[in-house]
Design a protein around this ligand. Structure first.
Ligand SMILES: [Ca+2]
Length: 580
């Protein structure tokens, strides 16, 4: 070792400590349980055009950010850094003699290791801490420190999962574990204490005086590491937002055969030491729970996962809005566990998760749509709400899939139709989808309570049916003959003014009048004359033609009536002669 052994360690290829580090890292990386199924160099970004979070068939699959040195380029807070005020070996204002904290995480070349260095400390022991904020949750595989001074005799590595608010120990190093940290030396980890920090007397030797290494592998020796996918305990154990290293005690100075303390402290004390570290590494992956293949800076410059699989959050740790059909889950090698959209048939923008329904469905679907629109209702907005029915000509996802019932205000017994068929509840004797007409055998009444009433049984001998409103026609009487007790007139119907009975048509027809009525000259009819006949109806007997009786009004035609009757005719045509 060169004079002034605590100076910069020029690492050469043959340097055994350097070999140790590389060997260890290689070992850690290839055995890494986070790794892709095939062994790849985790420091090389895979150049693939397709999204690693989806396979060639666009099916989601577990994806993970690349393995990195998460400490690289990040700022470290040190409790002590030399050079202020300057000493012979350390001057913060002189770049050639400065040992700033940035040297902990900078880009090193093997031939020129840059080292951070603490102040020279006198009264042993004094804690020196290095705190590294990763500014995001990472899954940490290892923490390593390469020393430019001798290694500390006792040191601790801690982690925080809440950005430095609380700290938990990761690992202790001491030649006197019990005395310094109250821990047994090299205890075994069992499934019961996988989240416990251990203490070891490894990595604490005084030698090598420079270039020594402290390297902590977070999963090494922990039983569930082989089944990391199914171990929430270890998933938690490797998660960290900050890493802190505490150098608790140096080796006794006299063992080092002190040479530069005379220069640094003016020889007032024979106990002087410092710590110097050339490289502080935190190997791991940006924590994205298997739902992102990279981390990116957000608008505020914060590092966040580039979440896929319908997830969101800094660690893709929750489902995106409207993707609550099943609970959020971390992706694993077999299942992407992507968040699934609620099925609301395009009628809702929001939904919530319901555990009961999810369990009832055999853990398939638990989404419940909120505020179904377009008059739909139900968990999936899959049927029509009250007062609406399904238009079967349209798909359920159509905005117009549900039509208003439109029940007739008089004919229907309520406003709510069958949600599937649209059938309104009809009052007695009423029929039709909206209850808008009388059923067969019923006729319209004027009562809103019973708008359709049963038609009374028709007596075939009854002369005029009470329901039929007799027509008003103009006839030209052409001839007459007698058939039994009836007078049968051959007439030509010139005009029909009331069309209640649509069978009364213009043209030749027969007009029957019973002899009994004719005898008393009511009506009185002469051949070759025109008459206006009010109260003419279809002959209800089996004789073809029309019929008049003593109730009919038969008046000899006057041309002056033509205009007035035309008016009546026009009014009738405007819809007043429609069937009820
Ligand atoms: Ca360095």
């Amino acid at each position: 070792m060169a004079k002034g052994g605590f100076g910069l360690c020029v690492l050469e290829r043959a340097c055994p400590a350097r070999m140790d580090l590389l060997y260890l890292l290689r070992l850690l990386l290839t055995a890494c349980v986070f790794g892709l199924s095939q062994t790849v160099n985790p420091f090389v970004v895979q150049q693939t055009a397709s999204d690693p979070c989806y396979d060639e068939n666009s099916a989601p699959r577990r994806c993970i950010p690349e393995f990195v040195n998460a400490a690289f380029g990040k700022e470290v807070q040190a409790s002590s850094t030399c050079g202020k005020p300057p000493t012979r070996h350390c001057d913060a204002s002189d770049p050639r003699k400065a040992h700033p904290v940035s040297y902990l995480t900078d880009l090193n070349t093997a031939s020129n290791m840059t080292c951070w260095r603490s102040e020279s400390l006198h009264l042993s022991p004094q804690n020196v801490t290095l705190t590294l904020s990763l500014a995001k949750k990472f899954e940490v595989i290892y923490v390593s420190l390469q020393f430019c001074s001798a290694r500390p005799e006792s040191a601790a590595i801690l982690k925080s999962m809440d950005y430095g608010k609380t700290w938990v120990p990761y690992q202790y190093y001491s030649s006197q574990c019990r005395k310094i940290y109250g821990k047994p030396n090299k205890a075994t980890v069992t499934k019961q204490n996988e989240q416990e920090a251990l203490c070891t007397d490894g990595h604490t030797d005084l030698y090598p005086l420079t270039g020594g290494l402290i390297a902590f592998s977070t999963l090494d020796g922990r039983p569930s590491a082989q089944d990391f996918d199914n171990s929430p305990v270890l998933q938690d154990w490797v998660t960290a937002t900050d890493i802190r290293v505490i150098f608790s005690r140096p080796h006794l100075f006299r063992e080092l055969g002190g040479r530069d303390n005379e220069e640094d402290d003016g020889g007032t004390s024979s106990f002087s030491y410092y710590y110097a570290v050339g490289e502080f590494q935190v190997g791991g992956r940006c924590k994205c729970n298997g739902h992102a293949s990279r981390c990116v800076k957000d608008k505020e410059g914060k590092l966040v996962c580039d979440c896929k699989h319908n997830t969101e959050g800094p660690e893709c740790d929750r489902c995106k809005p409207f993707h609550y059909d099943r609970p959020w889950q971390r992706a694993n090698a077999r299942e992407a566990n992507e968040c699934l959209a609620c099925n609301c048939n395009l009628h809702a923008r929001r939904c919530r998760f319901n555990m009961e329904l999810y369990k009832l469905s055999g853990r398939k679907s638990g989404g419940v749509c909120l505020n179904c629109r377009h008059n739909t209702a139900g968990r999936h907005c899959h049927y029509c709400k009250e007062g609406f029915y399904r238009d079967m000509s349209k798909s359920i996802s159509d905005r117009k899939a549900c039509k208003a019932c439109d029940c007739h205000p008089v004919g229907a017994a309520g406003k709510t139709c069958n949600q599937t068929t649209g059938q309104c509840p009809c009052k007695d004797g009423v029929t039709g989808l909206t209850c808008n007409r009388c059923a067969k055998g019923y006729q319209q009444s004027r009562s809103p309570v019973a708008p359709c009433i049963k038609i009374p049984a028709i007596n075939p001998t009854s002369v005029v049916t009470s329901t039929e409103e007799p027509a008003v026609v103009q006839v030209n009487v052409l001839d007459m003959e007698t058939v039994a007790n009836w007078a049968k007139f051959t007439v030509n119907v010139l005009s029909v003014y009331k069309c209640r009975d649509e069978r009364v048509k213009r043209g030749d027809n027969f007009l029957w009048i019973h002899m009994k009525d004719l005898a008393c000259k009511c009506p009185k009819i002469q051949i070759s004359r025109k008459y206006l006949v009010m109260g003419i109806s279809e002959n209800p007997t089996d004789r073809p033609g029309l019929m008049a009786d003593k109730n009919s009004l038969v008046i000899q035609w006057r041309d002056a009536w033509t205009r007035r009757l035309r008016k009546l005719q026009r009014r009738e045509k405007k819809g007043k002669c429609l069937k009820p």
